[in-house]
Design a protein around this ligand. Structure first.
Ligand SMILES: Cc1ncc(C[n+]2csc(CCOP(=O)(O)OP(=O)(O)O)c2C)c(N)n1
Length: 559
């Protein structure tokens, strides 16, 4: 057993999980950890301007790497400021480890300075919310938290460490590799489930694969594509998971769900067997009704978590397993089977839907009105963004057009707030993603409302040289919500309009690079210049203030 200072011990435990960055704002409750960072340059403390930014950055980093990403903040408001970002990580199954230094242990339950019941606050938005109650339990409890964050369906955890438990102790500990405290083999599928699934797929006339985020987390995109190719399975993706398979693949039709493609929806309605790999069939993928998934469709659902199998639709076969292991087993099970000849018509139909989508989107190049329609902006983005570009999408109407209009060629290149619909998400998440993939172009897409929610992090980006580009499509309103008042309340607008500074000038004030684009023929060159400028950059494009998609809940007001 080695003797190690408690602050250094925290760092060593995190380093064993490949952690190289810690996000937060300096606080007096965790100074021993910060002090250890003075000498230990293998980890960097990214000191942000609001803890919400720290949580989002950690989420971006965790999503892009698949490994734990850490926030370290102070008690009370330092920790409550994390809540929204941690909730976003929870919805995305993103292994963010949030650590808060707390008041002294003996002051708990006395309304001490910055004392709040943080464990209860974080409990419903984490896989584990726990307090360290003795200095020598720091390694054990951190291991517990890391095991929870990284095992099965991943997700965030919260650890409260009272300042007198964290600081100024010497621990007797060996720093163990992750394999010593958490399983490091993926979960295998049951052979019976695979046999059943193979049988169903062999019988199917119009089988379709719905690929979800579980495939990305399992590093199994190649296997999904191989299955699609070997067994002539057309593919669609779950809401916000467009990057789970390469979109240029001839078998890929488009994304399903809110803001998704009509053609993917049409394919889903036609499928007689739906092979769902790594998707919960959640709210914005399916709406829980029959608009995409028809009652007769037989569902094979593969998920790492039994909680979600058959949860929203009854399944013909449910398989609890790692997506990669299940796809491998399916490939093996189907290796002897021949693709039935009757499938040719279905393949043709799927190809037709794919082509129909491409033609429809290309048709938007004809939108010439000014100010620009957001749809037209995406035509230019598709034309100039390098294929490995990581895109983060905010909530809001102008970003939402991106669900159907952006294309992805690699996994872990598309990050959205998913079913949480969090505004203020895209910019800080892009910064976290850029830290994880410094060589990749990174673009955050925002409306003006959402951008200003975390715009202060431009200072963090400049200081830490995190050169992500942010596109702000400015319509001077909370467009996505204004849409409801437009369509359902006869345009009686209350609280819907806002004002803005010029965001190119805002960027320049902080030492970042700013661009302002009004004409469509400038978008391509400007985006390319921003991505190459070697600084954090903001590109503002004024857009049509009256162009919103029909609200998602249009079918029934009050839904
Ligand atoms: C944190 C948060 N607050 C409020 C909302 C509700 N909301 C969803 S979209 C939206 C408007 C977004 O406006 P903006 O970012 O300017 O984009 P636009 O819709 O105008 O393109 C609002 C207020 C939300 N999703 N998240």
């Amino acid at each position: 057993m080695a003797e190690i200072q408690s602050g250094q011990a925290v760092l060593e435990l995190l380093k064993a999980e490949q952690v190289r960055h810690i996000f937060g704002i300096v606080g007096s409750t965790f100074l021993d950890v910060l002090d250890a960072l003075y000498d230990d340059k293998s980890l960097e403390y990214i000191n942000v301007r609001h803890e919400q930014g720290a949580a989002f950055m950690a989420d971006g980093l965790a999503r892009v790497t698949g490994t734990p990403a850490v926030c370290l903040v102070t008690s009370g408001p330092g920790a409550t400021n994390l809540l929204t970002g941690i909730a976003a990580a929870y919805v995305a199954h993103s292994p963010v480890v949030a650590i808060a230094g707390g008041p002294p242990f003996g002051h708990y339950y006395k309304d001490a300075f910055q004392e709040l019941d943080l464990l209860s606050m974080f409990k419903p938005i984490t896989k584990l919310s726990i307090q360290v109650n003795k200095p020598d339990r720091i390694p054990e409890i951190l291991h517990y938290a890391l095991r929870m964050a990284m095992t099965g369906r991943k997700g965030p955890v919260f650890i409260d460490i009272p300042r007198d438990v964290l600081n100024n102790h010497v621990l007797q500990t060996e720093v163990a590799p992750p394999s010593a405290y958490r399983p490091d083999h993926p979960q295998l599928p049951h052979p019976e489930g695979i046999r059943e699934a193979v049988r169903l797929l062999q019988q199917a006339e119009r089988p379709l694969m719905l690929v979800g985020g579980g495939v990305t987390w399992a590093h199994a995109s190649d296997l999904a594509v191989r299955l699609s190719e070997q067994y002539a399975l057309p593919m669609i993706t779950a809401y916000g998971r467009n990057d789970a398979v390469p979109n240029a693949h001839p078998h890929y039709i488009g994304p399903l769900g809110r803001g998704g493609s009509l053609e993917a929806a049409a394919a889903c309605r036609r499928a007689d067997v739906l092979l769902v790999v790594g998707s919960r069939l959640g709210n914005f993928t399916t709406y829980y009704d029959q608009r995409y998934i028809q009652p007769g469709t037989r569902i094979i659902q593969i998920d790492i978590d039994n909680r979600d199998i058959g949860r929203t639709y009854p399944v013909a076969v449910g398989i609890q397993a790692d997506a990669g292991e299940a796809l491998t087993a399916l490939l093996e099970g189907l290796s002897q089977a021949r693709v039935p000849a009757s499938r040719a018509a279905w393949q043709q139909e799927a190809e037709g839907l794919r082509t129909q989508r491409q033609t429809r989107l290309q048709g938007e190049a004809n939108l010439t009105s000014m100010p620009l329609k957001p749809q037209r902006v995406y035509v230019e983005l598709r034309r100039v963004l390098p294929p490995d570009t990581i895109v983060t999408l905010d909530a809001g109407a102008a970003p939402a057009y991106g669900y159907d209009r952006l294309t992805f060629s690699q996994p872990r290149t598309f990050f959205s707030p998913l079913d949480l619909g969090t505004l203020g998400f895209a910019f800080p998440v892009a910064l976290g993603a850029k830290i994880g993939r410094p060589d990749a172009p990174v673009l955050a897409i925002h409306g003006d409302g959402g951008f200003l929610m975390n715009a202060q992090e431009i200072e963090t980006a400049v200081r830490h040289q995190i050169n992500a580009v942010t596109l702000v499509m400015n319509n001077n309103c909370w467009g996505s919500e204004k849409a409801y008042q437009k369509y359902f309340y006869d345009g009686r607008y209350v609280g819907a309009d806002i004002g803005n500074p010029r965001y190119d000038k805002y960027a320049e004030l902080f030492g970042a690079k700013g661009y302002y684009v009004e004409h469509v023929d400038q978008i391509g060159d400007t985006m390319q210049a921003a991505l190459r400028c070697g600084k954090p950059a903001i590109v503002e494009i004024p857009i049509d203030p009256d162009e919103f998609p029909m609200p998602a809940t249009a079918s029934r007001r009050g839904e």
